[in-house]
Design a protein around this ligand. Structure first.
Ligand code: URA
Length: 239
């Protein structure tokens, strides 16, 4: 692919902006500054630098973010800063494929929830991961207001009824990991599900952190940091 088209496909701006970046000497491939915007490169394992920053070529982008508290998973947040402000511009500006421009969050976490959030520009992946048929387990670390009792754990495992559906929802796994701490695994993603399940058993969520989706564990990333997902990471998300 031509270098100008490569940069365009990776979200570095319009073709004209990308050509300008190249012609002004801001782009390196294999350590060499390339000033010919039309030069061809093989996309396999291609890495390049733009203004000193290293980028891999990714036909589709899949990343994980350690969502900090006090951020909204919305492009147009109402109260808190958007999680999208934590991502570099190219990830947000990757050209539109289907209805999706840039990477989008795979499901949402509440403003005050922290931890593992996936983002991608692969609309099919978002659809598949969000489908109720795709029971990929999500692990939440819950800090509770009141002590966790054996009865609460038993009720969360056997099923509790929430206000919007008469069918009980149950945790796929649940264990007390401290007096005020629970580890809860859910396979659905209903609105405020953890908070409502805890309320249904007479407790209250003080802090909520998602640590795992499928076999993929949140990396050692500081809150607000992100990283690319590898093929191996993606394989861990298959049910
Ligand atoms: N359940 C909740 O209540 N909130 C979240 O952010 C995620 C799951």
């Amino acid at each position: 692919m031509r270098l100008e088209d490569i940069l365009f496909s990776q979200g570095f701006g319009t073709r004209r902006v990308c050509a300008g970046l190249i012609q002004q000497g801001h782009v390196q491939v294999n350590g060499e500054t390339i000033v010919d915007a039309g030069q061809w490169f093989d996309l396999e394992d291609l890495r390049f630098q733009v203004q000193g920053q290293e980028w891999p070529f990714a036909a589709q982008a899949y990343v994980m973010l350690n969502k900090p508290a006090g951020t909204e998973c919305s492009q147009k947040p109402s109260t808190w800063p958007s999680i999208y402000t934590l991502l570099p511009a190219p990830l947000r500006q990757r050209p539109q494929k289907a209805a999706v421009q840039g990477v989008q969050a795979v499901g949402r976490l509440d403003q005050d929830t922290t931890g593992l959030l996936l983002l991608t520009d692969d609309g099919k992946f978002i659809h598949k991961m969000s489908s109720p048929k795709h029971h990929v387990p999500k692990v939440y670390e819950v800090t509770t207001k009141h002590p966790v009792t054996a009865d609460m754990v038993a009720r969360l495992l056997s099923g509790v009824v929430l206000d919007d559906d008469p069918r009980p929802v149950k945790a796929a796994a649940c264990e007390a990991v401290g007096d005020l701490h629970l580890k809860l695994t859910l396979t659905e993603g209903k609105y405020h599900q953890v908070k409502r399940m805890l309320a249904a058993v007479g407790n209250r969520v003080e802090a909520l952190h998602r640590s795992q989706i499928g076999g993929l564990v949140l990396s050692d990333l500081a809150p607000g940091q992100w990283r690319w997902l590898s093929e191996q990471d993606l394989a861990l998300l298959k049910p």
